[in-house]
Design a protein around this ligand. Structure first.
Ligand code: G
Ligand code: G
Ligand code: NA
Ligand code: MN
Length: 253
């Protein structure tokens, strides 16, 4: 099937898409932003999910051009929404290969300059595997990004080789609690304890907490009672193409 060859050509063949999933402020219930999630529209295979091709893209290095394209597309789209009067923050996933690329910070600056998006309306999601690699390099890069004015989130928190001491050194803006902890949060005491502790820790360290994969009202109530700041999940919406996401914005006050 030569998936790799096809993947390399996916960009030039215009087969890469970006879907958007709402990020909701738990106190107000308002959509304040969206996570950009890549999709590959393959002519024979149909819509290929990133779970299937991101690992291959990372192994082969194709993730760098694809990731840069997603970043640009997401910034362009968000600029369009700002010009229409929506104040939204777009959150973009960044792979380790992108983050470690010598041109990464320059790429962020160029993309913001060329799309005209204010840095304060862009957040970058990095995983703990990124944060693991080279602590001083990661710290420096994060500080540079913060100086530019973009926001930094730690994605899938609690699943990687987490070290709490990194959180102290990196000082990110948002901690995204992995959905594996949220799934059984109302029935499993251990998950309840972990999520409660992560929300409290975020508050005390002046970070925002975001719960991923929220699907039920019970989960929402649990999170609200503990002061979780933000949520994302099927309870609000699955990831949607830009035009459908915009309809969702128009529907919600
Ligand atoms: O959208 P979905 O739930 O299928 O995403 C599966 C995984 O792919 C998630 O872990 C998500 O973080 C990752 N992913 C989605 N879009 C991107 C992207 O643009 N870049 C990178 N590096 N990962 C992405
Ligand atoms: O790793 P990351 O958090 O970036 O992955 C986001 C992935 O989670 C996407 O593939 C998205 O489709 C998926 N997702 C988003 N909301 C939910 C949800 O409520 N339930 C489940 N099972 N998956 C979700
Ligand atoms: Na993510
Ligand atoms: Mn995540």
């Amino acid at each position: 099937l030569h998936l790799e060859t096809h993947l390399r050509k996916a960009l030039s063949r215009d087969q890469i898409r970006v879907h958007y999933q709402p990020l909701v402020d738990l106190e107000s219930g308002n959509i304040f932003g969206m996570e950009a999630l890549v999709r590959w529209e393959h002519p024979e295979l149909g819509l290929v999910s990133p779970g299937e091709f991101i690992p291959l893209a990372e192994e082969t290095g194709v993730i760098v051009p694809i990731g840069n394209w997603v970043l640009r597309e997401a910034c362009m789209q968000n600029k369009r929404w700002h010009d229409m009067g929506y104040d939204l923050c777009v959150s973009v996933n960044i792979s380790m290969q992108q983050f470690q690329h010598p041109e990464f910070v320059a790429t962020i600056q160029e993309t913001l300059a060329e799309t005209g998006l204010d840095p304060a309306w862009l957040a970058l999601e990095i995983t703990e595997s990124v944060a693991m690699k080279n602590v001083s390099f990661v710290m420096e890069t994060i500080e540079e990004l913060k100086r530019i004015g973009v926001f930094i989130s730690i994605d899938d928190f609690g699943t990687g080789y987490s070290s709490l001491s990194y959180l102290k050194r990196f000082r990110v803006h948002t901690l995204k609690i992995d959905r594996s902890f949220i799934r059984d949060v109302t029935t499993d005491e251990d998950n309840a304890a972990i999520v409660t502790a992560l929300i409290a820790m975020s508050q005390q360290m002046k970070m925002r907490s975001l719960a991923e994969g929220v699907e039920t009202t019970e989960q929402l109530i649990f999170l609200k009672e503990r002061g979780c700041n933000e949520v994302q999940g099927y309870i609000y919406s699955k990831p949607l193409p830009a035009d459908e996401f915009q309809k969702l914005l128009d529907k919600t006050p």
